[in-house]
Design a protein around this ligand. Structure first.
Ligand code: FMN
Length: 308
């Protein structure tokens, strides 16, 4: 049985990746999960410099999900390379770094530093965080800006480049296309949905940042629809993200068109989820006589639609 998948020049052992921001810098989970057994560890978003993020409260539980407005707290790219990357290397993890920026120059600079470091397998370009005022989503919500930032980073690295798209747009597929045309090797989607919760007793927003990003099972059907739409429009691989809690959810994204998936919120609920997901995917493949998971990608059977 072959669980490996290809993302550009990169071959991943399995299609199961940790989602950025939900797995720290990976090393924090080394006692819980064998990091080398994951398809890849996608680490928390990194800017050039350290950031403290937003003040608490930064997290609120919602029906079938959660809101967060962490504000991309992080140690900065240089400390990551110095303090975390050697440990990740030692543990045999395939490391994908989520790169953030407030300007195109910053995205390029962070990417250059990571490209010169030993042990980074790919760059996930975060142009989709809804929780910061400058940079991030302002690139991901404008087709021209998306093309510009992806092109600039493309010129700065030979590493596989994976722009991470926001669902907070009318047509996410057109952004996937813009990223592809700018030289992306794959796209990942979705980041969180801009959302809000209010404490009705105090009439105060529940998050200090007023708004935050919704994740978890509540968003899954929307994310599946977006993966389906994007994978129909682009030739590059699509990495599906949003509300995965079970092997059936993984398989659903793959059938919709995903080559690989990322799991975020569910790993807070169950840090041991990884082995269960892999076992469940293997069980599905056995029952359906599928030898290579890659053969399942985009096999959704829409009545009346011709399969390619
Ligand atoms: C607490 C938290 C922090 C996150 N931080 C990041 C981040 O740094 N960069 C990023 O691209 N996405 C970040 N995300 C979004 C997730 O990577 C993922 O796209 C989203 O949560 C949907 O997947 P899920 O429903 O499996 O959690 C964060 C999500 C949560 C819940």
């Amino acid at each position: 049985m072959d669980l490996s998948v290809r993302i550009g020049a990169l071959t991943l052992k399995t299609p199961l990746l940790s989602a950025s921001g939900c797995f720290g810098y990976g090393v924090e989970y080394a006692g819980v999960v064998d990091l080398s057994s994951l398809g890849a560890v996608v680490v928390k978003g990194l800017f050039l410099n350290e950031r403290s993020g937003h003040p608490p409260p930064r997290i609120v539980e919602t029906p079938a999900g959660m809101l967060n407005a962490i504000g991309l707290q992080g140690i900065g790219v240089r400390r990551f390379v110095r303090e975390k990357l050697p440990e990740l290397r030692k543990r045999g993890a395939t490391v994908i770094v989520n790169v953030c920026g407030t300007t195109i120059d910053e995205y390029v600079e962070v990417t250059r530093i990571l490209s010169d470091a030993d042990g980074v397998a790919a760059i996930e370009l975060n142009i989709s965080c809804p929780n910061i005022k400058e940079g991030g989503i302002s690139f991901g919500c404008d087709l021209g800006n998306t093309h510009q930032v992806v092109s600039a980073v493309r010129r700065a690295t030979t590493l596989p480049l994976i722009p991470k798209l926001t669902p907070n747009v009318t047509s996410v597929a057109s952004f996937a296309k813009a990223a592809e045309e700018a030289g992306a090797d794959a796209v990942s989607l979705v980041n969180t949905f801009l959302a809000m919760a209010i404490d009705v007793e105090t009439r105060r927003p529940r998050l200090s940042n007023v708004m935050g990003g919704l994740s978890g099972p509540a968003i899954r059907p929307i994310a599946v629809r977006m993966v389906y739409e994007c994978s129909r429009l682009v030739r590059i691989p699509v990495i599906g993200i949003g509300g995965i809690t079970s092997a059936a959810d993984v398989v659903e994204f793959v059938i919709a068109g995903a080559t690989a998936v990322q799991v975020g919120t569910a790993s807070f609920v169950d840090p041991f989820i990884w082995g269960k997901l892999e076992a469940g995917v293997r069980d599905y493949m056995t029952r359906h006589r599928i030898e290579r998971i890659a053969d399942l990608t985009g096999t959704v059977d829409v009545p009346g639609e011709k399969r390619t």
